[in-house]
Design a binder for this molecule. Structure first.
Ligand code: SF4
Length: 349
């Protein structure tokens, strides 16, 4: 896809983005995995559902979503009357790519006695084929409300599904998708870091594979990892999620040391999301100027996708994306927190 760009730089570019934002009555959203310069100019920085809900609550006409396509689609589903733009329409997601709607529909048809519990990291078309959407923070409380004898398909992230299955004892059919970023973390590099920083706790996202989760002191959503890093008395934290979240940690706690767990052999950038990296300030400027690339979804898909999203909000007690304070979420890997009780390690969307 050809992406328009601009020769504007530095303060001129920032000033033009600000001017266009006012002119368009736009709200700028930045996911935690965006580059620091994008996070710093956004109106809201956060997890995807949290951002979409905040944008829906504004009177903005335009949502400029600096994140990936499925996130911008969720914003459109929750704000169908607003124009939603994404700086680079090629900003996809390996989880979304792993789960084409036609294959998901065929899988569902082959298992008619199963309901589909689907992680929010999927296309609008797959959401429309699902019964309940979950976030990493709401998945367990929703799972706990589903009768034990109900058969379940969980997709598209097999690591999140596997984590839930291990900690709830639920036998779910797992779609074989992965996040290429969380999959890339190296256990060897993590063990080296732990040896160098023996007092540093490890905070990991449940999209990580079990060999990373097994070393974690805290397992939870991006937001909960941020909360954990800030509230922990430890001065050094090892962070096993996309490292651009560290920008918010350093801003809030400049005296602490936050170390991103490396991927591969420790020398690659494979712990950074290549899709998120496609967004730039220049592309954001052009998107605000031209009001494209724009998220376009059929009314039917939006209508059908909104149903499992709203079901999630109902089942999660409408606390999803608001810090989830007081919600029982995903259990600790070894603490045996029973269903219905709060796992203090995990909160947020
Ligand atoms: S970090 Fe992983 S799950 Fe998130 S957008 Fe990138 S590929 Fe998708």
């Amino acid at each position: 896809m050809t992406v328009q760009t601009t020769s504007l730089k530095g303060p001129d570019l920032l000033g033009e983005i600000e001017r266009l934002k006012r002119e368009r009555n736009a709200v700028i959203l930045a996911h935690y995995y965006q580059k620091p310069e994008i996070q710093d100019l956004a109106d809201f920085v956060g997890d995807s559902l949290d951002l979409s809900r905040k944008a829906a609550a504004t009177d903005a006409d335009v949502i400029a979503f600096c994140g990936v396509r499925f996130m911008a689609e969720t914003a459109k589903i929750l704000s169908p009357e607003k124009t939603v733009i994404l700086p680079d329409m090629d900003a996809g997601c390996s989880l979304e790519d792993s789960c084409p709607p036609d294959q998901f529909a065929a899988f569902r048809a082959a298992h008619p006695d199963h309901i589909a519990l689907t992680y929010i990291n999927c296309s609008a078309a797959v959401k429309a084929l699902s019964d309940v959407i979950v976030t990493s923070s709401s998945a367990k409380i929703i799972l706990d409300q589903i009768p034990k004898d109900q058969k379940i398909i969980f997709g598209p992230d097999r690591h999140l599904g596997g984590y839930l299955a291990r900690h709830t004892g639920r036998d779910m059919l797992l779609w074989p998708g992965i996040c290429i970023v969380h999959q890339a973390f190296s256990e060897t590099e993590l063990l080296k870091l732990k040896a160098e920083h023996p007092d540093a706790p490890v905070a990991a996202h449940p999209e990580c594979p079990p060999h990373i989760i097994d070393h974690a002191d805290h397992v939870g959503s991006t937001r909960s990892i941020l909360d954990f890093a800030l509230s922990s008395p430890a001065q050094t934290i090892l962070v096993a999620t996309e490292p651009h979240i560290i920008h918010q940690m350093e801003k809030a706690a400049p005296g602490k040391l936050f170390i991103g767990v490396p991927g591969g052999d420790g020398n690659c950038n494979c712990n950074m999301c290549p899709y998120m990296a496609l967004n730039t300030l220049e592309k954001l400027y052009v998107a605000l100027r031209d009001l494209k690339p724009r998220i376009e979804l059929s009314p039917e898909v939006m209508e059908r996708a909104r149903v499992p999203l709203e079901r999630m909000l109902e089942m999660a007690g409408r606390t999803v994306g608001q810090g989830d304070v007081g919600m029982p979420i995903i259990e600790d890997k070894d603490d045996g927190v029973p269903p219905g009780e709060i796992d203090p390690r995990i909160s947020g969307d």
